[in-house]
Design a protein around this ligand. Structure first.
Ligand SMILES: Cc1ncc(COP(=O)(O)O)c(C=O)c1O
Length: 415
């Protein structure tokens, strides 16, 4: 059985990543406390020319930011349809109301045209998410937000620019970074707000100071994610033992879930946690390799774009440039059925970003404030999208195999 093609089986976990986790297991007293958060801050500050404040996830960072800017009950935060449920959850937790702007199907991002009609005197902020690493029109949004006196937040969970771009991360009042397991860089968990306004920075630093430490056991469990993915999930995928093994790992709580059941039902904890030292150490090591990580993403994205053009794949116009994409999106008919066929061949393209405008599909949509029909383009996208992996542990050989398989699927009758 060839090695699995996947989005979620430890996309950052290569042998260097494992060695780093192993090295940390020799100094377990540094799991929670240590100097890594400070060192990570120094690098982030220099890179983004903004003041970093760290928490244990991107969603907590967004919640903390909305608290720090003093969102009042009922104030509106414009966010795009086709986003992760943790984004509206953080808005609700801060007392705000998410307002969903439709996306441009060529970039999967909101635009000035979709945001403008939604601006009201109650609008407090616009969150511009560079979906899958495709840059949003952040300059246009900056201009619009300046005209209306609205805060612009760039959500950089999916991409961090390097010396080759893209030109994002320098126009927002604030940036949200995630160091989650499948994000631009990975500390397995962790997140940051980058602030360009001293008064908000002071409020954020106070929230960071009073945030609680995660427990040692929880950090140990987080770190085990790397070995579990590398030594159990990947080797067993494609074998009959895969499903029972994953079921058991989840039942025994040996893998920390990305979303809790409460989060799937619209409720985010109001407790802020500090980034664990071990996660900051991993995120820092990942950040120091950003050029190489992005280069691999560029190589795979360019390969899929080239192959796709040659074989008439239904691709996004906005994704065809030289970008370090977090994943490479296609639009196909019967996307769900195609994913099911591929899964039998050890190609796992379920990434949670399908089937519902607020992802993943098994959340309680009524709690998000989104109503069917609000964002027609986003609804079409999530039905038809088929995303191909471009992560750091995906190889070109796997990409070639996947591309050939996609060619065959697209030629079949129902395509
Ligand atoms: C667009 C977007 N923003 C923010 C987040 C939050 O990141 P984290 O998982 O670190 O809380 C996510 C997570 O999936 C995301 O997809």
């Amino acid at each position: 059985m060839p090695s699995p093609v996947h989005h979620t089986f430890g996309p950052h976990v290569d042998s260097a990543y494992l060695r780093k986790v192993l090295a940390m297991s020799y100094v377990p007293w540094r799991y929670v406390h240590g100097t890594a958060p400070l060192r990570l801050k120094n690098v982030l500050r220099e890179k983004f020319r903004a003041e970093p404040v760290l928490f244990s996830s991107g969603r907590e960072s967004l919640y903390a930011l909305l608290k720090a800017i003093g969102v009042k009950p009922g104030e509106e935060i414009i966010v795009q349809g086709y986003t992760c449920v943790v984004v509206p959850n953080a808005i609700h937790a801060a007392g705000g109301v998410p307002i969903y702007a439709d996306i441009d199907p060529d970039t999967l991002n909101l635009t000035t045209d979709t945001v403008r009609p939604l601006l009201t005197p109650r609008t407090r902020a616009v969150i511009c998410q560079h979906t899958f690493g495709i840059p949003a029109d952040v300059k246009g949004l900056r201009k619009l937000c300046d005209e209306k006196g609205v805060v612009l937040i760039e959500d950089m969970a999916h991409v961090l620019p390097d010396h080759k771009g893209p030109d994002i991360g320098f126009h927002g009042d604030y940036l949200i970074l995630s160091f989650g397991r499948d994000k631009a860089i990975s500390g397995i968990s962790g997140g940051a707000v980058m602030s360009r306004h001293p008064r908000t920075t002071a409020a954020l630093l106070e929230l960071e100071r009073t945030a609680i430490h995660d427990s040692w056991w929880n950090v140990a469990r987080l770190l085990e994610y790397a070995t579990r993915m590398h030594s159990i999930v990947r080797p067993l995928s494609g074998t009959p033992l895969f499903r029972p093994a994953v079921w058991l790992l989840q039942k025994l709580k040996m893998i920390v879930p990305v979303l809790t059941s409460d989060e799937k039902h619209g409720h985010m904890s109001h407790v802020l946690k500090k980034i664990p030292n071990a996660c900051a150490e991993l995120a820092l090591s990942s950040l120091m390799k950003l050029r190489a990580l992005n280069e691999r993403r560029r190589t795979l994205s360019a390969f899929f774009a080239r192959h796709g053009r040659a074989h008439n794949w239904p691709m996004l116009a906005g994704a065809a440039a030289d970008l370090p994409l977090q994943k490479f999106p296609l639009f196909v008919l019967n996307a769900r059925a195609k994913r099911a066929i591929l899964k039998q061949e050890n190609i796992h393209l379920d990434d949670g970003w399908t089937g519902c405008v607020i992802c993943p599909e098994d959340i309680d949509l009524t709690e998000t404030g989104y109503e069917q029909g609000m964002d027609p383009a986003a609804e079409r996208v999530c039905r038809q999208i088929l995303s191909l992996p471009t992560h750091p542990t995906m190889t070109l050989i796997q990409a070639e195999r996947l591309a050939r398989r996609i060619d065959m699927l697209l030629k079949e009758k129902q395509a």
